[in-house]
Design a protein around this ligand. Structure first.
Ligand code: NA7
Length: 540
């Protein structure tokens, strides 16, 4: 490229997950030149990497998929209410090929640095494979649950058997038959794996630190009638999903718990138990998460249900949470999870009673001795929200590194941009919203496109968020913890990562508020952004 030539691309997008694919589609559709860089060998993001047994949605399949094309909606039939990983990966491949996006994607390309050139007003994006390209805009669609976390337990490299993190699962099938397997972690991933392998393995030992309220996913095939209904109602379903606070189709129940008698409430909880996925939360009484009395009552109901599923009540004592109410942490959903513990080859180690001291050549040593294993599964979660962005090597104005700028926690404007990082956006990142991720991340992609359209035509245009707008939004987020039931000890605050600042990483003010503020920003003529030409850009 000569000194005066423009950047190679209008937009470089990082990450071919649910958000990045949509961003690529939107950018190309709007006539921008775009390139998507993806570290993996295929598309799907989370659904490319999480290939562990029984990895599946706990958002309803058709509420997770895209809504931008009626044809796509009509062509693609999800087989199950909550699809499994292979089907989800097929979906993303179908979308990419259906809209001819693949030729715009570079696979096996791990971004190691993205640096803003203040003189040109463009970004240079470098990858670990030796490649480099320039772009006017960078959109990091790197996901909130994309950096696996494995605790730093002494002796991890001493173990001679296989070790796999759920989020870095190998493509070659893991052979479980006849194996002694350790599973560490009982969050959403762990509870999916337990029943999936319990019948195959010689033994399964689950290492649990914090028990959680796991309720039935209630998966089911989608019948022909339901398929027809979904297709016939595309517009109305899209309308609900585009405006729903949670991003689900579940109709909210606006009743206060006090409107029902205790008997009526218990009957209602029975109904909820049989409903799919998140409806236990989204269709519960409106005060369920803010009224500890009713939440406690719901937990007592859940405890009764769980106890009835477990033969050994001393085991049930360990599996039932005692230190947090429902939705104090992100609730997991399972299929015959508790029942698996009735099998003679499935064992539970409560790390509260006997913590892990180290890994050995042959297995895991806890305070009460060593157990031998052939395979260790780390279902130990992620560096949520900021993990991927902080590792991208993003450098904005004046050499400012994003990970330094965010060392005390993320500072964002509507979860899409940060001051000092012009022409750089991160839809689906921290401070976005909460609920069904593709829905609010999609709102943010649409907003990014609005901003890009706003400065369109100015090949040297630089658009950056006004620091005052960023400060206001960050203060709003930091002060919004009371609006959410999630505890500071949950990973939504980064508490699961040693040394990470404990800061709100979601947007408890919710999706409707995000949508309102986006609308206001657009209607207000993008006054929350500073637009300049590169020749005027601040270069001090
Ligand atoms: P989660 O939900 O973060 O669960 C991680 C699990 O690993 C959880 O039970 C943790 O216990 C446990 N963990 C983490 N560190 C340790 C150590 N050091 N020792 C023992 N146990 C540990 O991750 P998932 O993959 O299950 O789910 C992630 C998201 O995927 C989920 O929210 C959905 O969006 C889908 P802890 O609770 O911290 O005591």
């Amino acid at each position: 490229m000569t000194e005066n030539s423009g950047p190679e691309y209008d937009v470089v997008i990082i990450g071919a997950g649910v958000t990045g694919i949509y961003q690529l589609y939107r950018a190309l559709d709007a006539g921008f030149s775009a390139r998507l860089l993806e570290a993996g060998d295929g598309v799907g993001g989370t659904w490319f990497w999480n290939r562990y047994p029984e990895a599946r949605f706990d958002s309803e399949s058709y509420t997770y998929g895209y809504l931008f094309s009626k044809e796509l909606w009509e062509e693609w039939e999800w087989s199950e209410r909550f699809a499994g990983q292979p089907e989800i990966e097929r979906y993303f491949n179908y979308v990419v090929d259906r809209f001819d996006l693949r030729k715009h994607i570079e696979f096996a390309t791990t971004v190691t640095a993205a640096e803003f050139d203040e003189n040109r007003g463009t970004w240079e994006i470098t990858d670990g494979q030796g490649g480099s390209r320039t772009a006017q805009f960078v959109v990091a669609a790197t996901g909130i649950l994309s950096v696996p976390f494995i605790p730093d337990i002494p002796g991890r490299d001493d173990f001679v058997g296989e070790q796999h993190h759920t989020g870095l699962w190998p493509h070659d099938p893991v052979e479980f038959a006849g194996k002694r397997v350790a599973l560490i972690g009982t969050g959403s991933s762990g509870v999916q794996i337990v029943p999936a392998i319990a019948d195959t393995v010689e033994s399964l030992t689950v290492f649990q630190r914090t028990p959680d309220w796991c309720t039935p996913l209630n998966n089911a095939p989608i019948t022909a009638e339901e398929q027809a209904e979904l297709k016939a109602n595309f517009e109305s379903i899209r309308e609900i999903l585009n405006t729903s606070p949670s991003g689900f189709l579940h109709e909210m129940d606006y009743r206060q718990s006090g409107e029902d008698t205790k008997e009526q409430r218990l009957a209602f909880y029975e109904q909820l138990w049989d409903r799919p996925g998140f409806s236990k939360l989204t269709q519960n009484y409106i005060d369920i998460t803010f009224n500890p009395e009713v939440n406690k009552e719901f937990c007592e109901f859940l405890e009764g249900k769980i106890r009835a599923l477990i033969d050994d009540q001393s085991l049930a004592d360990k599996l039932i949470p005692s230190d947090h109410l429902y939705a104090g942490r992100r609730p997991p959903f399972g299929t015959r999870y508790y029942e698996a513990y009735n099998k003679p080859n499935v064992h539970l180690v409560s790390l509260r009673e006997t913590p892990i001291t180290r890994l050995t050549r042959g297995g895991i040593e806890t305070a009460d001795g060593e157990r031998e294993f052939d395979i260790i599964i780390w279902a130990t979660g992620y560096d949520f929200g900021t993990g991927a962005l902080n590792r991208l090597g993003v450098q904005g104005r004046n050499g400012l590194q994003l990970h330094d700028y965010w060392k005390d926690g993320p500072r964002t404007y509507l979860g899409v941009a940060a001051a000092g990082f012009p022409n750089f956006f991160f839809p689906g990142g921290p401070h976005g919203a909460l609920g069904n991720n593709p829905r609010y991340a999609g709102d943010q992609v649409d907003f990014v496109m609005d901003v890009l359209e706003h400065v369109r035509g100015g090949a040297s245009a630089v658009v950056e968020v006004d620091p005052a707008a960023e400060e206001e939004w960050t203060a709003t987020i930091d002060g919004s913890g009371d609006l959410s039931s999630f505890l500071e000890s949950s990973y939504f605050y980064g508490s699961n990562i040693p040394g990470k600042p404990v800061k709100q990483l979601l947007n408890p003010t919710g999706r409707p508020n995000l949508q309102t503020l986006i609308r206001e920003a657009i209607d207000g003529g993008y006054a929350t952004f500073i637009v300049s030409d590169v020749s005027e850009a601040v270069t001090d």
